[in-house]
Design a protein around this ligand. Structure first.
Ligand SMILES: [Zn+2]
Length: 356
């Protein structure tokens, strides 16, 4: 029995709830992808192609332009917030904000607008909430970029119904210190690598992050320790310690410039880049983007989190973020979405894609 019945597909709120109630923590997207695939195949007006647990669906009406609507299928781990709970106008639970209320809107448009004024493509993809190398959209952009071809893309990540342009890049680096092991009873024979981490933390504490304006959007950077480790045994002077640092950088820096900056901050230390994802400029000067901003009420602001709009940017496709969730609630235990916000975003999207 499918949970994505015709009645559920016809209502963005019911659809949000149905998607949230299919468990899909990263690496476990097979079931939700099966459901979405089966629902879209039943419709008949879309061609679909599945690659792993990423599903692409397209209209092929010979329109002059193609717009992509994209949403990830996975969530961060459950935190005593599954399944959903409806309380008045608020739907509580894992994925409600980030980003199944947005993914539901893409699916709802796919199901209910068979003759859009542009050709539409839809991407429902896996592994967004973990390392970039596993990200379904990232993998597709490298192996099957033709499936992502579009003139403009809307990523339905939580923005609380505002158009959020571009995105900041993100880079994780490991800063390592080395020493020399010794018995802690004769510590003067060794060199304590954990003690040597102190200046790394001091530099982080003293760091002043930039605020940068790019194409009329203000981006705020951040450089923060996110993990720390070291030690051998309770009676051994440790010979190695490390801090993992996450740098969130504005779109006036590319990945190379971001790396150079981090290396400068930690000059004198061993720095290894472990994971990186590019920034994306706002691109609001592009007509497709401007037209969507107008349809969505005319307002916009900078996207501070990293999102997959950067994947589209690397393919030369301008992209914005737009979804009903509140980005401040993403990944939180008390994640929730306001029902009127889902309906308002649904109306804006429908107005944008429907023939007038
Ligand atoms: Zn997300």
């Amino acid at each position: 029995m499918t949970v994505l019945s015709e009645a559920v597909l016809a209502d963005p709120v019911a659809l949000t709830r149905a998607l949230c109630d299919i468990p899909s923590v990263s690496w476990n997207e097979a079931e939700i992808c099966d459901e979405v695939e089966a629902a879209l195949k039943r419709l008949g007006h879309l061609t679909t192609e599945r690659v792993g647990n990423t599903l692409i669906a397209r209209t092929d009406l010979g329109r002059g332009r193609r717009v992509m609507l994209a949403g990830h299928l996975d969530t961060v781990p459950v935190n005593d917030n599954f399944p959903t709970r409806l309380d008045g106008d608020v739907l509580w639970g894992l994925g409600t904000s980030d980003m199944k209320s947005g993914t539901a809107l893409a699916l709802w448009i796919a199901a209910t607008v068979p003759e859009p004024k542009f050709d539409l493509s839809f991407a429902f993809y896996d592994c967004e909430e973990i390392e970039a190398e596993h990200n379904g959209l990232n993998k597709l952009s490298k192996t099957r970029p033709e499936l992502l071809a579009a003139d403009f893309a809307i990523l339905l990540e939580p923005t609380y119904g505002l158009v959020e342009a571009g995105c900041q890049g993100t880079m994780r680096v490991r800063v390592t210190t080395s020493g020399k092991r010794a018995h802690s009873a004769r510590s003067w024979k060794g060199e304590n690598a954990i003690h040597k981490i102190a200046p790394v933390l001091e530099r982080l504490n003293a760091y002043e992050a930039r605020e940068v304006e790019v194409d009329r959007c203000t981006y705020r950077e951040g450089l923060n320790a996110v993990f720390i480790g070291g030690g051998v045994a309770g009676n051994v002077i440790p010979d190695q310690a490390w801090v993992d640092v996450n740098f969130r950088f504005a779109p006036d820096r590319d990945e190379a410039a971001a790396e150079a900056h981090v290396r400068e901050v930690f000059a004198g230390f061993d720095v290894h880049v472990s994971d990186t994802a590019p920034s994306c400029r706002p691109g609001l000067d592009r007509p497709e983007a401007a037209e969507f901003v107008a349809a969505a009420g005319g307002e916009f602001r900078a996207k501070l989190g990293w999102t997959d709009v950067a994947r589209f940017a690397t393919l030369g496709i301008p992209a914005v973020n737009f979804g009903p969730g509140d980005p401040n609630l993403a990944h939180k235990q008390d994640e929730r979405v306001e029902i009127p916000r889902i309906r308002a975003c649904a109306d804006a999207l429908r107005a944008y894609v429907e023939e007038t």
